[in-house]
Design a protein around this ligand. Structure first.
Ligand code: FMN
Ligand code: SF4
Ligand code: SF4
Length: 445
C-alpha cells in the first residue's frame, strides 16, 4: 500500500495535500473541518497587522459550461486579531498533533518579524511561510510581491526571520517576475528551509462592458487582483520546473497553482514538489475533494509500484530540455480512426485555417470522414487537440528512430539555416497553396 507521508524540510504531514494560505484557512474551525476531511496540512491565512477588506472582492473566468476556470481576488491578509488566530492555532494543534500547521506571515519591520515569528512558534506551529507573493494591496504598502520582486530584499528579510526561527521556514514566491529562480536563490541565500510557489498572478479579470467598470466592482471602481485556479497551472508547473532544475536549488519545494485533483498533484510531484497546496478548488468544491485526491494518488502509486513520494518526486525533470536539445529528426503525422470519427470536420477547419492545409474533405457528400494529406502534415498536433472524440486522431511516428539530431547538432553540422533564403529551412520545400487558390475554393465553414 502506498505511503503518502510527507516531510518537507522537517514539516511532517500524513499526506502531501495542504491547504494554501487563503480563505479556507481563515480560522481554526475551518482547518479542523479540513483535517477531519483528510487534508494533511494547512497554511494559515496570512497573519500580520489585520486589514480592512473591500466588499465585493472576487471575480472569475467562466469558460463555456465550466465556472471558475480562472479566479481573481483583491483580498488582503487576515482581518482577524493576531491573538484570536494564535489561540486557534494552539487549539488545532491540540486536536491534530500529527497534521502540519504552518503560519503564513507578512509584516514590515525587523522587530515585527521577530515578534510575530516568536508568537506563532509559541502557539505551536510546525512551520512558517513568508508571504512574499501577494500582488495586490499589500505590495503597494511595500510587502508581499514588492518583496518577492526584489531578491536582495527578500534575502534580507528571510535572514531576519532565520535569526529567531526554530521551526522550518518556507519562502512563498510571486510569479510576477521575469525569472522566478532569482528570488528562489535569494531565499536559499537567506537561509530558508524551503520555497513554495506560486502565489497569484497580477490580473484584471474582465470589464463590465455596460457600465465600463472592471470586475470586481467596488462602488463603481476596481483594482488589479491576483489570478489563480485551473487556468494558472501551466504557469505554476513551468516555474516549479525552473526552480527544481536550478543547480543552486538545495531546498525542497511546495507546489501551488491550479491543483484540483490527484492527477494535478502527481504532475507537481513529478516536476519536483514535495507537497502541494490548494486554494481555489476548495473554495469551489469544498474540503471533501481531498478524499478523491488521497485515493487517486494511492491508486496511482500502487499501479506504478511507487512505495513513497520520494520514488517519483522530480522524475519528469530529466525529460524537460531546452528547445535546442530536442530531436529534430523525430517526425509524427496525424492519423484519423474512421471508425471513431463522427464527421464534425472540426479538424479540417483547424488545419485549413490555422495550420498547414493538410486535411482534405471527402469528395462525396455521403462521406463525412476527412483525410490527412500526409505530405503536407507537419505533425503539429492541432487537429488531434480540436477533435472532440478521444483517441480519434492520433499522432503516428514516421521516422525510423535511428537519428537523434538537435538544433545544437544542426549548427555543429552546418545544417542550420542562416540566411533569409536558406535552402535548409524547414518550410523551404514545403507545399503551400498559391494565395489566389484561396478565392477559387471559397470554402469557408
Ligand atoms: C481569495 C484568496 C485569498 C488569498 N489569500 C492569500 C493569503 O492571505 N496569503 C497567501 O500567501 N496567499 C493567498 N492567496 C493565494 C493562494 O494561497 C494560492 O497561492 C493561489 O490561490 C494559487 O493557488 P490555487 O490556484 O489553488 O488557488 C489567496 C488566494 C485567494 C483566491
Ligand atoms: S475532428 Fe475528429 S471527429 Fe471531427 S471530423 Fe475530424 S477526425 Fe472526425
Ligand atoms: S497535425 Fe497539424 S498539419 Fe497535420 S493534419 Fe493535423 S493540424 Fe494539419
Amino acid at each position: 500500500m502506498a505511503d503518502l507521508r510527507t516531510n518537507l524540510a522537517g514539516i511532517k504531514s500524513p499526506n502531501p495535500f495542504w491547504l494554501a494560505s487563503a480563505p479556507p484557512t481563515n480560522s481554526g474551525y475551518q482547518i479542523m473541518r479540513a483535517f477531519d476531511a483528510g487534508w494533511g496540512g494547512a497554511v494559515w491565512k496570512t497573519l500580520g497587522v489585520p486589514v480592512i477588506n473591500t466588499s465585493s472582492r472576487y471575480g472569475a473566468v467562466n469558460y463555456r459550461d465550466n465556472r471558475m476556470i480562472g479566479f481573481n481576488n483583491i483580498e488582503l491578509i487576515t482581518d482577524r486579531p493576531l491573538s484570536d488566530n494564535l489561540r486557534e492555532i494552539e487549539e488545532v494543534k491540540k486536536h491534530f498533533p500529527d497534521h502540519a500547521v504552518i503560519a503564513s506571515l507578512m509584516v514590515q519591520t525587523k522587530e515585527e518579524w521577530h515578534s510575530i515569528v516568536k508568537d506563532v512558534q509559541n502557539a505551536g506551529v510546525d512551520g512558517i511561510e513568508l508571504n512574499f507573493g501577494c500582488p495586490h494591496g499589500m505590495c503597494e504598502r511595500g510587502m508581499g510581491s514588492a518583496v518577492g520582486q526584489e531578491p536582495a530584499v527578500l534575502e534580507t528579510i528571510t535572514s531576519w526571520v532565520m535569526e529567531v526561527a526554530n521551526v522550518p521556514v518556507i519562502v512563498k514566491l510571486t510569479p510576477n517576475i521575469t525569472d522566478i529562480t532569482e528570488p528562489a536563490m535569494g531565499a536559499v541565500r537567506g537561509g530558508a528551509n524551503a520555497i513554495s510557489l506560486i502565489n497569484t498572478i497580477q490580473s484584471i479579470i474582465g470589464v463590465d462592458i455596460d457600465n465600463f467598470v472592471p470586475y470586481p466592482n467596488v462602488d463603481g471602481k476596481s483594482s488589479n487582483g491576483g489570478y489563480c485556479g485551473p487556468a494558472v497551472k501551466p504557469i505554476a508547473l513551468n516555474m516549479l520546473k525552473n526552480c527544481a532544475k536550478h543547480e543552486g536549488m538545495t531546498i525542497p519545494i511546495s507546489g501551488i497553482g491550479g491543483v484540483e485533483n490527484w492527477r494535478d498533484a502527481v504532475e507537481f510531484i513529478l516536476l519536483g514538489a514535495s507537497s502541494v497546496q490548494v486554494c481555489t478548488a476548495v473554495m469551489h468544491y469544498g474540503f471533501g475533494i481531498v478524499r478523491d485526491m488521497i485515493s487517486g494518488l494511492e491508486q496511482y502509486m500502487d499501479d506504478k509500484a511507487f512505495k513513497t513520494l520520494n520514488d517519483f518526486r522530480g522524475k519528469s525533470l530529466q525529460n524537460v530540455k531546452n528547445w535546442q536539445h530536442l530531436n529534430l529528426e523525430y517526425k509524427v503525422i496525424a492519423e484519423i480512426d474512421s471508425d471513431k470519427c463522427i464527421g464534425c470536420q472540426l479538424c479540417y477547419i483547424a488545419c485549413e485555417d490555422g495550420a498547414h492545409q493538410a486535411i482534405a474533405l471527402p469528395k462525396s457528400v455521403d462521406i463525412r470522414v476527412p483525410e490527412i494529406i500526409e505530405k503536407n502534415c507537419v505533425g503539429c498536433n492541432l487537429c488531434s487537440l480540436v477533435c472532440p472524440v478521444e483517441e480519434c486522431i492520433t499522432m503516428v511516428r514516421k521516422d525510423d528512430g535511428s537519428k537523434y539530431e538537435t538544433w545544437e547538432d544542426y549548427n555543429d553540422m552546418g545544417k542550420a539555416p542562416t540566411t533569409f533564403e536558406d535552402e535548409r529551412a524547414g518550410g523551404k520545400h514545403h507545399w503551400v497553396p498559391a494565395p489566389t487558390d484561396a478565392l477559387k475554393n471559397n470554402n469557408h465553414n
